[in-house]
Design a protein around this ligand. Sequence first.
Ligand SMILES: C[C@H](O)[C@H](O)[C@H]1CNC2=NC(N)=NC(=O)C2=N1
Length: 97
Amino acid sequence: MVEQLNEDERAAALDRLDEWDYDDARDALTRSFLFADFSEAFAFITRVALLAEKADHHPEWSNVWNRVDILLTTHDAGGLSRRDVRMAEAIDLLQSS
Ligand SMILES: C[C@H](O)[C@H](O)[C@H]1CNC2=NC(N)=NC(=O)C2=N1
C-alpha cells in the first residue's frame, strides 16, 4: 500500500516541481499544458497514457482542443504520494524532449 506524503515530503516535492500547482482540497498536483492544436495535445495525451499504464498510475485529466489539464493524486492513498511525484517528473521529461 502506497503512503500519502507527509507535510515535509510534500513541501520538498512541491519545491522541486516548479511547473506544478498544489490543489489543497484534493491533496493533488495540477498542471495545464497548451499545444499548437488538438493533434499535438492528443499526441501528448497518448504519451502520458503509455507512461500511466506502465506505472499503473493514472492521471485525472481533461482536454479542450489544444489544452490538457492534469491532476495527479493517489486514490489508494487518499492523497498525494511518491507515485504522483514520479509521474509529474516523467511528464515533465516528456515535455522537455
Ligand atoms: C489496482 C491498481 O493498481 C490501482 O487501482 C491503481 C491504478 N491506478 C491508479 N491511479 C491513481 N491515480 N491512483 C491510484 O490509486 C491508482 N491505483
